[in-house]
Design a protein around this ligand. Sequence first.
Ligand code: SF4
Length: 99
Amino acid sequence: MTIYEFPFATGKVTIDYEKCKDCENYACVKACSLFGRAILRVEDGKPVLISEGAKKRCIEDLACELYCQAYGNKALNITLDMFGLEEYRRNQTALKPKE
Ligand code: SF4
């Protein structure tokens, strides 16, 4: 298992690259470009930070995780100690989870 991790101000992003191998859409990168600050890019078929310093620009919008869970291969998870976060994740009805 190859894990890619990077911290941001109050949490951590963890990506299981084994699951990214079959990903067809890089939803995490697209979501970060649409809703975040475009700190992710694709390199050798895997999502990575655009630079080491980019993690400081993360706005903690959770878009990469939500889109990976809904449209990717459920490889990306965010660790964030925030009250109500689990309930928020459960209530994300706007996105249709991948079957
Ligand atoms: S959307 Fe998920 S599975 Fe696809 S490249 Fe991004 S982290 Fe990997």
